[in-house]
Structures are given as structure tokens and as C-alpha cells.
Design a protein. Structure first.
Length: 264
């Protein structure tokens, strides 16, 4: 009998076997260490176990689900259990080289988890691939490009350190209980930037927040608030001050941040 999902934790269990198989396929699990964020009822976990993997770490906040997983899987080799809130776990500390991270993420904290993974202190990180499920609306924002209504801070910050190598739609009918919206799985791989250097990702967050608080207005006033000699700097960076925030590419935001860091 399946444990009753907790609405307070945003639990929707993935039950469709075809979707589970597809997630496993894009994961390319063989000979990798695996971390699964929020394994829940263990439907994906059971398929991961069948693969030729190294260690498997399961991080589950819900004590009921955690106990069920431990009871059913603790006899297997190289499985580690953590009954913790993912937002309070030092993930960077437990990630081993060439780790693949899976997560059917609670909708209400999915962007926070993604930012947590992007903001590892050591970069490139030890993980080699992320396979994460988001609410479709959030996924659209993550993979959005400039000059679209979905484009914003999350897509720019993601672009700084990750590339999207695959994504696919998951119907709401694939879950129990059925959510009100569809989902999207996104597969990311870390990248190391070559043509710019941002020392502190918090500065990129700061600058994108400044610009996107007035996403319908031209950027000239925001740019002026950042730099004294703002017109000269805009010309040097090839930035049109009449643009709106959504008309500036991720690379341009990275260059603005790089320049900002030189002056602070």
C-alpha cells in the first residue's frame, strides 16, 4: 500500500513506468555514484538499483517515507540514507566525483534547490549530470532565451554554470496524486566559462535582481546606478541603454557582472 502523500511537502509520486524508464535512460547511470533528492515512494529508486552503479545516497525529508525506504532497501550494498531537508544539507560535501543527481523536486522549492546546486564553491563541481523534474512553468523559465516573456533571472543564473542537454514533457497523469499542472524533466551538465570571469555568483544574482525589478523599463537608470561612467562602460560592453532587461543576453549580464567586480 502506497504511503499517503503529504500536501504540505508538495508530494506527488511519479508512478508512470515509461517516464521512469526515460529518466533512467537520460541519466546514463552506469559506473557512477548517484544521489536522489526526495525519492518518496521509491519508484525511481527501484529502477536506479537495477543499474550497474556505484554508491546510491537517498535524501528524504519525510520520516515516514524515509523509514519505508530504509526498511525495504537497507539490505542492499552501497546505499546510504539521509533523513534531512535538502535545503539544509551540505550537498557539496557529500557529492563524490562523477556523481549523477536525480530529483523529482517539490514545486515550491525547486528553484531554490537548483540555485543550491549552481552555487557550489568549487567549480566545475564533482557532479557530472543533473536530472531534475520541475513544474512546466518553472522549467520554461529556466530554459528561456532572451526576448521572451519567460526569460529572467533564473535562466541567466543557470546559463552561467550549466548547459541544458535534454528536456522532455511529463503529463500530470503520470503522478499520484495528480497535480494541477504538467511537469518537465531537464538534464543539465556543468560548464566552465572561458570568455568571462565572475568571482562571486552572488554579484550576478544582485545585478539580475536590480535589472529585473523593472523588467518593462529601459535599463539606462539601473545601469547608471551601477556605474559612475555608465555611458562609456555601456559602449565598451556593447550594451544598448534603451534595451529592456529581457533584451540583454546572458553573456552580456556576465560581462556586466565581471566589470562590476573590477570596480568593487
Amino acid at each position: 500500500m502506497m504511503t499517503k502523500p503529504k500536501k504540505s511537502l508538495g508530494q506527488n509520486f511519479l508512478i508512470d513506468p515509461n517516464t521512469i524508464r526515460k529518466i533512467i535512460e537520460v541519466g546514463k547511470i552506469d559506473n557512477h555514484n548517484i544521489i536522489e533528492i526526495g525519492p518518496g515512494s521509491g519508484n525511481l529508486t527501484k529502477e536506479i538499483i537495477k543499474k550497474k552503479r556505484k554508491g546510491l545516497t537517498l535524501i528524504e525529508k519525510d520520516e515516514r517515507l524515509f523509514n519505508n525506504l530504509k526498511e525495504n532497501l537497507s539490505m542492499l550494498d552501497n546505499i546510504y540514507f539521509q533523513n534531512e531537508d535538502i535545503l539544509k544539507v551540505n550537498l557539496e560535501k557529500i557529492v563524490k566525483k562523477n556523481t549523477i543527481i536525480f530529483g523529482n523536486l517539490p514545486y515550491n522549492i525547486s528553484s531554490q534547490i537548483l540555485i543550491l546546486l549552481i552555487k557550489f564553491c568549487s567549480w566545475p563541481p564533482k557532479y557530472s549530470r543533473l536530472i531534475l523534474m520541475f513544474q512546466k512553468e518553472m522549467a520554461d523559465r529556466i530554459i528561456a532565451t532572451k526576448n521572451t516573456s519567460e526569460y529572467g533571472r533564473i535562466s541567466i543564473i543557470t546559463n552561467h554554470r550549466l548547459k541544458v542537454v535534454n528536456s522532455f514533457h511529463v503529463s500530470r497523469n503520470c503522478f499520484y496524486p495528480k497535480p494541477k499542472v504538467d511537469s518537465t524533466v531537464i538534464v543539465f551538465e556543468p560548464i566552465k566559462p572561458n570568455n568571462y570571469k565572475i568571482k562571486n555568483i552572488n554579484n550576478l544574482e544582485k545585478i539580475t535582481q536590480l535589472f529585473f525589478t523593472s523588467r518593462r523599463k529601459m535599463i539606462n537608470k539601473k545601469f547608471k546606478s551601477l556605474f559612475k561612467n555608465y555611458e562609456f562602460i555601456a559602449e565598451e560592453l556593447n550594451i544598448n541603454l534603451s534595451c529592456r532587461p529581457s533584451e540583454i543576453s546572458p553573456l552580456q549580464y556576465f560581462k556586466i557582472t565581471e566589470y562590476f567586480e573590477k570596480l568593487i
